[in-house]
Design a protein around this ligand. Sequence first.
Ligand SMILES: *[C@@H]1O[C@H](CO)[C@@H](O)[C@H](O)[C@H]1NC(C)=O
Ligand SMILES: *[C@@H]1O[C@H](CO)[C@@H](O)[C@H](O)[C@H]1NC(C)=O
Ligand SMILES: *[C@@H]1O[C@H](CO)[C@@H](O)[C@H](O)[C@H]1NC(C)=O
Ligand SMILES: *[C@@H]1O[C@H](CO)[C@@H](O)[C@H](O)[C@H]1NC(C)=O
Length: 375
Amino acid sequence: MIFSSSLVLGATAVSLVAGLALPSPIQEASLLQRDIDPGQDSRSCSSIKDVCSPDTISDPSNALSHAACIALVVCESPKDFLAQFPPNQPRLSRDAFNAVSGGSDVITQQQFIDFYYGTIASINSTIATSNSSANLLTPEYPSSAETVIAWWQDAVAWTGFCSTSSIPYSNFADWIEYSTATGVCGAVQSCDAAKNAATPACVPQRPTDNGSCAEMVSQCILFAGNTTHIFDNEYCVLASFCYSQSTVDVLIKALVQDDYLYIGQPVLSINQPRLTQSVFNTLSGGNTVVTQQNVIDAYYGLLTNTLRSCGGPPGAVTPCPSGSSGPYPTDVSYVTDFWETVSAWTGFCSTRNIPYKNLADYLQYSSTVKAPTSC
Ligand SMILES: *[C@@H]1O[C@H](CO)[C@@H](O)[C@H](O)[C@H]1NC(C)=O
Ligand SMILES: *[C@@H]1O[C@H](CO)[C@@H](O)[C@H](O)[C@H]1NC(C)=O
Ligand SMILES: *[C@@H]1O[C@H](CO)[C@@H](O)[C@H](O)[C@H]1NC(C)=O
Ligand SMILES: *[C@@H]1O[C@H](CO)[C@@H](O)[C@H](O)[C@H]1NC(C)=O
């Protein structure tokens, strides 16, 4: 019922929006700040909950079957949207998508703007005919269409349609379903090149990661110093391995970004001192090769009884026990998968036993020299 009234009133809103000039380029209607913006734009977005919230829809376990919820997921972001509904929501259906696209294969930016304004315009009449006892907000339009464009561009960037700003069905459904998963990265973080460069790179991870790689990086940060010699530390070497779906250089840039005292340019892997023999020996147990089992033992071992900072500036902190362990990967295949990448790059697929020189080469050159990444 909510579904149909949105559609009817959406038609009214199209003419309303047609009168709005759409300035370009998109200005600083910052997506990053929208969650803490107490102003009109966030009130506009929140007011959609009058017709899309667990209290105001009949079937919260299938929220996206309500057209208004498509407006809400875009203005709130999938993460904030999904957090308020029961887990395991069904994937956005083509029918629901069609309610915005008018049956076409893509939703254009203008269609979404019209749809957003139409949704807001319909709320008053929808709640007038409902018996909702929920605490309802006053429906409000956003401060300008630019705000709606900025929200839409978040989905456009993730799905990789910056050139057209129109998103096909399956990509839009993917954005809702997967953009909140850990380690799943969008095509770009922003269609604005300058903003994109200023945002830390998203690091793709396998679902089995379970946050373990991020913890390994946190451990590395305690010892990374000015990030000019990271291959002399076991945590940083293991973090380099678990970044295998990204690159060692992306890790280095992340470490540099974390150290606010270091103002130099990142020393990329090719210019880092080579892997130290002592870290290699620790990993290999004094043998001439590092085996897959060595890496499994090291990865789980280093995540057991982790450390934290007991004071001191970045890079010169005093490490002390955190009193906890993990998170560990959900499956040991996480470790064997990233070790497969290292084995493939170094040409040791058959044994997965890697000698010093080749392992040191992986750390130093895999960011810049292309080679197979699977066996
Ligand atoms: C609202 O409540 C009235 C009286 O309880 C009922 O007759 C009506 O059908 C309800 N309307 C809706 C939309 O649920
Ligand atoms: C909805 O109704 C309220 C109360 O009458 C009014 O203040 C508000 O401007 C209306 N909003 C829209 C979008 O029509
Ligand atoms: C980084 O730290 C090392 C000592 O750990 C020091 O020798 C080196 O000069 C520093 N490099 C930069 C660029 O700050
Ligand atoms: C994933 O990490 C969480 C948080 O540390 C932990 O409770 C859980 O046991 C981990 N999952 C597995 C399968 O180890």
